[in-house]
Ligand binder design. Structure first.
Ligand code: S3P
Length: 446
């Protein structure tokens, strides 16, 4: 298991108006997938704009252990020489994914569909996360779980199927990670793999499958779902990947600018994939002054520059159906809600309990120690905003969770008193340049 360095506490202070332009790093979901598709493709895959965060680098290390040659050419520029679908090596060492749920789950799909055995492990946070949701469908395809921690958690020893059975699988929760694991295992199946989701989750795997030449069909299913059909054993051909800016990282400067009086910033090149923009929809409902400046297509995704100005926000009711399109953004939305006037109710947040931390509890605790009136009712989070600066003054427990750390630092920039977090270390998993980029806008950390 990977150990975590000594905790590094950090405080955020009430700051002057945030001003300037910035581009946040590349999308984490696409970056993981870029390495994985590079591994599965014979030939050279060029990647531009890769997120060089710990989570993605762990996936890169796992891809190397399975036979890829990976080289860094410059900032965000990488080259992968793949081993090829069906020709992966059995890794000699444990695949240590650190904090990375996405990397570990997607790679379980890859291993599950190959005649190799691999051990998966990670840090204390990853060891708490449910993996049965991935192992169950992989076992249906013929993989075997040889060893597992309590409740099907890491460490896990997984023996892949030499000839994965084609299955039709309904995901029990709207999860792109489950969908992706099944599709990645299905890539090496001699037949057709079908995944049905009753609520659409992010579609980066499907898009990348098509980008690398697989035959994949995605159709509407029911009111809000998708049915994805993949033909097994395609010939994958290398194709460069250009990674757009991560909307889940952009969420932090966006909310910081909205709640810090007088702010006026521009976020450049943010991915506008509709399965990722639920936070923008919600913030607009709350009265946020966000203007799209230049929508264009980059690397197969819609992107836009966004001008964000400080705004008087009002509380809203966020429907459960929006959760998949903003699943990682609830902690920072809860911070925005603490500054809004009136009540915000965020519905249907059960999946937040099994993220890098129990985010529902971690957010509510963090809000409370900073004087914010909030409640958890079933799967809903209720925040009664101050209609202006939150009180602040609290020390927030981050529980090895990067998004809890960044959310409460943002809160401190506009609260009456400093907000402290117990550890900034995990921010490096998804947004290693958070501190200097935020400081370049005028954020005051100490
Ligand atoms: C991700 C999917 C989401 C998200 C995670 C990244 C992905 O998880 O929370 O940060 O890249 O597929 P679920 O789809 O399992 O909710």
């Amino acid at each position: 298991m990977s150990s975590h360095a000594a905790p590094r506490p950090l405080a955020a202070r009430r700051s002057g108006p945030l001003k300037g332009r910035l581009r946040v790093p590349g999308d984490k979901s696409i970056s993981h997938r870029a390495f994985i598709f590079g591994l599965l493709t014979i030939g050279e895959t060029q990647i531009e704009g890769l997120l060089e965060g710990d989570d993605v680098l762990r996936t890169g290390a796992a891809c190397k252990a399975l036979g890829a040659k990976i080289e860094r050419l410059g900032e965000g520029r990488w080259r992968v020489q793949g081993a090829g679908l069906g020709s992966l090596l059995a890794p000699q060492e444990t695949l240590d994914f650190g904090n990375a749920g996405t990397g570990s789950r997607l790679m379980m799909g890859v291993v599950g569909g190959h005649a190799i055995t691999a051990r998966f492990d990670g840090d204390a946070s990853l060891r708490k996360r449910p993996m049965r949701r991935i192992l169950d469908p992989l076992e249906l395809m013929g993989a075997r779980t040889l060893e597992q921690g309590e409740g099907g958690r890491c460490p896990i020893l997984l023996q892949g199927a030499a000839e994965p059975a084609p299955i039709e699988y309904r995901t029990p929760v709207a999860s792109a990670q489950i969908k992706s694991a099944v599709l990645l295992a299905g890539l090496n199946s001699p037949g057709r793999t079908v995944v049905i989701e009753t609520e659409a989750s992010r579609d980066h795997t499907e898009k990348m499958l098509a980008h690398f030449g697989a035959t994949v069909k995605s159709e509407a299913y029911g009111e809000a779902g998708r049915k994805i059909t993949l033909e097994g054993r395609p010939k994958l051909s290398p194709n460069p990947v250009i990674v757009p800016a991560d909307p889940s990282s952009a969420a932090f400067p966006i909310v910081a600018a909205l709640i810090t009086p007088g702010s006026d910033i521009v976020i450049e090149g943010m991915m506008m994939n509709p399965l990722r923009t639920g936070l923008l929809t919600t913030l607009m409902d709350m009265g946020a002054d966000i203007v799209e400046l230049d929508r264009r297509v980059e690397g197969g995704e819609d992107v836009a520059d966004l001008r964000v100005r400080a705004s008087a926000l009002k509380g809203v009711d966020v429907p459960a159906a929006r959760a998949p399109s903003m699943i990682d953004e609830y902690p920072i939305l809860a911070v925005a809600a603490a500054f809004a006037s009136g009540e915000t109710r965020m519905r249907g947040l059960h999946e937040l309990r099994v993220k890098e931390s129990d985010r529902l509890a971690a957010v509510a605790d963090g809000l409370r120690v900073n004087g914010v009136d909030c409640a958890i009712e079933g799967d809903d989070l209720l925040v009664r905003g101050a209609g202006g600066p939150a009180q602040g003054g609290g020390m927030v427990a981050t529980h090895l969770d990067h998004r809890i750390a960044m959310s409460f630092l943002v809160m401190g920039l506009a609260s009456q008193k400093d907000v402290r977090i117990d550890d900034e270390g995990m921010i490096a998993t998804s947004f290693p340049t958070f501190r200097p980029l935020m400081a370049s806008l005028g954020a005051d950390f100490a």
